[in-house]
Each structure stands twice: as C-alpha cells, then as structure tokens.
Design a binder for this molecule. Sequence first.
Ligand SMILES: Cc1cc2nc3c(=O)[nH]c(=O)nc-3n(C[C@H](O)[C@H](O)[C@H](O)COP(=O)(O)OP(=O)(O)OC[C@H]3O[C@@H](n4cnc5c(N)ncnc54)[C@H](O)[C@@H]3O)c2cc1C
Length: 412
Amino acid sequence: MSVYWQAGIRWTPPRPDALPATFDVAVLGAGLTGLAAALAMGNQGLSVLVVDRGRVGDGASGRNGGQVLTGLNPSYRELRRTGGASARSWWAEGAAAVADVAALVDRHHIACDWHPGGHLAVAASPRRWRRLLADAALLQADGFPLDVLDAGAVADRLGWPGYVGALFDPASATVNPYRLTVGVAQAALDAGAVIVEETASRIEAARSGTFLVRAGDAAVTVGRVLVATNAFLPRSVPGFAGHVRRVDSPMLATAPLPGAFVPRLLAGRPAVFEESRRTAHFQLTPDGRLVFGSRLPAGTPSSPATLGAVLRRLLPGLEGIPVDHFWHGPLAITATGLPILGETPRGVRWVGGYSGHGVALAVRLGTAAGRWMSNDRRPAWPEPFPVGQPTPPATEGRRCRPPAPQTGETTL
Ligand SMILES: Cc1cc2nc3c(=O)[nH]c(=O)nc-3n(C[C@H](O)[C@H](O)[C@H](O)COP(=O)(O)OP(=O)(O)OC[C@H]3O[C@@H](n4cnc5c(N)ncnc54)[C@H](O)[C@@H]3O)c2cc1C
C-alpha cells in the first residue's frame, strides 16, 4: 500500500550530466527543511547542491499527516514552565511558520490542496479537557486567539459525539504535504539549486575551511554544509545520538467515505489533533477520505488492520470502510520537543528535530537556516544546542575517518 499523498504523482528533478566542481553550499536532505533552505540561498545568489540518499519528499515531508499547525509540540503550559517569558515568542514562531507556508504556496503557485480550515485540539477525557482549558487560558492571556468549544459544539463541528471539548485555532491549515514538498523543490530549482536524488554522500574537511562532498562518483568542493536530515541527524552528525530519537509513525487513508456521511463530518475540513497519549490526528481530504495517524498500543504490530482498528474505536461508524493506503514516516523527537539548530566547531550546520510538529516549522527554520548560510547571522531561535564530540558527519551510519590535518584541525 502506497503513500496516499503521492498517488499518481512522480516528480523527479532533472539529473545533471556532470556536477560543477564547486558550490557555495551543500545541503544534505531534500525534505522541506533542506529545500526551503536551498530556495532561500538560491534567492540570495548562492550556488547550492542538495543531495538526498533517497528521493525528494521521501522522508517525513512527503509522508506526514498534512496538518500545518500553529504552536509547537510541547503544550503552552509546559513551555511556560520551561521557558518562562520566552514561551510567548517561541509559540509565536509556530503561528508565523503557518503564515510563511501560506505565503510560499501563494508566491510559487504551488498546487497542494492548501486549505486554511484551522485546527481542533480535541480532548477525549475530562482530565485532558482540564489541561486544554488551562492552556487556553494562558494562550488567550498572551494574545493568541482561540475558540473554546464544549462537547455539543465539537460534535456539531466534527459529526462525531464523544469528545469532552476542543480548542479551535483558525490559523492552521491542511495540505497535501508531498505536493507542497515537490513545489518547494521546483521553486529551489528555479532559484538555481541543483538537486541530486538517490545518492550516497560523504563529507570531509578540505583546505582553507572548505569541505569536500563526495556524492556518488562526483567530488565537489563547497564552502559550507547544512545537514537537514531530521530523523537521521544522529546518523549524519555523530554526537547527536541520544539528543534526537527516530520514531517511525504509521498513517492510513480510508476509501472515500459514502456521500451521505461526508457533509455531516468535519464541517470546514479542519485538522483534528487529539490531546492524548495516542496523539491521534486526522482530517478529511478534498476527495472525501479520512487520513489518520496514531501511535499504536505498546506491543501491537503496525499494519493497516491494527491502525484501522484504532481509527474505528476512536470514530465509531466507520466499520466496513476499507483502508486504501497505509504507510510509515520517520519522526525526529528531541528531548524538549523543540526544534534544534546549531553548528560544529568547524562550521557544519544543522537544523531539525521538530518532534512531529514540523510541516510549518521546517519551512520557517529551513528558510532561516538558508539565510544564516548567506549572511552568517545565526537565527535567534531555536536556542543553541550543545553537541558532544563533534566529528566529521558520516552518512548511512558510518563514521568518516578524520581527514589528514590540513588546517591544524582534525574534526568538523
Ligand atoms: C507519519 C508522520 C506524520 C506527521 N504529521 C505531521 C503533521 O500532520 N503536521 C506536522 O506539522 N508535522 C507532521 N510530521 C512531522 C513533519 O513531517 C516533519 O517535522 C518535517 O517534514 C521534517 O522535514 P525535514 O525536511 O526536516 O525532514 P524529512 O522530510 O524527513 O527530510 C529529511 C531527508 O533527509 C534525507 N536523508 C537522510 N539521511 C541522509 C543522508 N545521510 N544524506 C542525504 N540525505 C539524507 C532523507 O532521505 C529525507 O529525504 C509528521 C511526521 C511523520 C513521520
């Protein structure tokens, strides 16, 4: 079973006959982060090589739930606890990120089923509802607009009874994330970037602070490197192990729901996110399917049947509706739930770790990282992240042998 978002689409960048010998910057990873960075750098006049060991959008960016959400992974209560007064500006990053994606889609005419239908954070138990209400009070006091819906109002909005209450944020959206990703890839190509797919790469320190990128058979000298491999950061930048955890998360898309069902359901087609340990999320697609993702109970094998059973328990009445698509994608979970951005002492930079809340943030922070590569002014957010034992980044989990000293240093 294939990824619903990719059905009937096969986008691939033109493969160059030969790569130029030098680029200003190499980007590892052709997801939303790496591609948004490449677009920003191309617009600044830098020459950029993007290398992916898979295909464009084959990571989380082309396989996610398609929810372009305001906010961040941690709740606002948690952020206030850990970040104090900074919580407000961190949360504002999430809202600004959605606006960034909307502007990008508009500017580049990306056909990706962009739908600004808002999002509902729903609570399935009184305990979860009390937590959401506490969040709502803090958010509203800090000037973030939200509607608070009681059980009846949620049932009206969704067409399903059973939720105790919900918060509605009108600023969120839904999207076909694969179409969004290839749209950003096309924009990056138009801005002059070169994208090379299905190519293993390896980075070594070279003379005068430059790097040698071995991409397949080619060897290219670059001035800077940006690592945008998200769930694979621990494999790409040794020293990350323990800071970013990879979790493979399952998703499904049902067959189109029967016509009589649809007008009642999910009025306005919001993104729906359940405030629970399952972190279930779902939405109606333009062709009337439910796209659904959830953690599975511990020890349950991941399959269309087991994920379908979770969906049917959550949303009764879907018995008999087949699962047409089933897939997995790699999440990058950080210890704090916040994204991370930084650089090794030799100037290899990275950004990622959106902890399941990254469609909008990957575009925003990828763009910010692209500007950082152009002007050397580090983005103010996220906070610097200490990486232990920096060594040359290795691909495919292999550690590179440190290169012979050329500049008096042996590590990146
Ligand atoms: C199942 C699932 C559902 C999700 N749902 C949502 C959602 O609804 N809303 C939301 O906001 N977020 C969601 N997310 C999170 C969101 O998709 C990610 O945060 C975001 O797409 C990360 O983008 P990225 O470009 O940093 O990483 P990715 O898109 O994962 O891209 C990383 C790329 O790096 C490549 N790569 C890996 N190693 C190497 C290497 N050594 N060399 C070169 N390339 C390499 C990979 O092939 C991949 O293409 C979801 C994630 C998953 C997995």
